[in-house]
Design a protein around this ligand. Structure first.
Ligand code: BTN
Length: 238
């Protein structure tokens, strides 16, 4: 059984994970907090983390994990979360490339993967998961929702947390055997495919159609006949 560090309040579970790594911890250790006062999202954005949500980070020290697999792995974590939500609540969650989960057109979960790379290999990996579970959506940003508000009832937080840990750990192990096995399921749930997206390239904003996800987890976008493989972010326009 993994060590689970349970806190009522923390700045950010990802920040505490970094501290634990620096002071020496084991692969598989988990940090979960009821509230984060400085929750972080991707692109230096704030992640609002009031009571009722699931805010946790898992630490892994992989033996043989090349850094170019990280974008695909991030999608695999998204797939794991969407499967647990579906199994536990019957709500179908879409994956918005690269690592958001959407429910009825609104963001319900985000993933922040941080890592240390040495000679192209991942030395450590922090998987930070934020899931708006039993959160009052009035406390969340406009474009977000919560499971409780969509279901109109509370869900069992501890059960979903343990299911998520087990699903993500299983995916982490299976992914290292073969990451490609997950691609069809990811594509099936991907909200971005077939849609118009905008992205930045060489300080220019380009708009095109997302047509695929490649074997590295990059979004394949066609702009006026030219094909781009995106590894950053893309804004969904429809
Ligand atoms: C995003 O959508 O931009 C990613 C959000 C990730 C939020 C989680 S909550 C637990 C962990 N600790 C943090 O500070 N961030 C991640």
């Amino acid at each position: 059984m993994n060590t689970i560090h349970r806190l009522t309040e923390v700045g950010s579970t990802n920040d505490l994970a970094r501290t634990l790594i620096a002071s020496g911890c084991r692969s598989g250790e988990v940090i979960i907090a009821d509230i984060q006062t400085h929750g972080r999202g991707r692109m230096m954005k704030e992640w609002v983390s009031p009571p009722g949500g699931l805010w946790f980070s898992i630490i892994f020290f992989p033996a043989n994990f090349l850094s170019d697999k990280l974008p695909l792995f991030s999608l695999v974590v998204g797939l794991s979360i969407s499967k647990v939500i579906e199994n536990e609540t019957s709500l179908y969650c879409y994956i918005k490339w690269p690592n958001d989960l959407y429910l009825k057109g609104k963001k319900v979960s985000g993933i922040l993967i941080e890592s240390k790379i040495r000679l192209k290999a991942v030395e450590w990996l922090i998987i930070g998961v934020g899931l708006n579970l039993n959160v009052d959506k009035n406390l969340l940003p406009e474009e977000a929702t919560s499971i409780r508000d969509e279901l109109e009832e509370e869900v069992e937080k501890e059960k979903i947390f343990l299911e998520l840990l087990s699903e993500i750990e299983k995916a982490y192990i299976d992914f290292q055997e073969s990451g490609f096995q997950f691609l069809p399921q990811i594509k099936e749930r991907c909200l971005s495919l077939g849609k118009r997206v905008a992205f930045e390239m060489d300080n220019k904003r380009l708009v095109g159609k997302a047509i695929d996800i490649d074997e590295k987890g990059r979004l394949v976008v066609v702009v006026e006949g030219k094909v781009y493989h995106l590894s950053g972010d893309a804004e969904l326009l429809e």
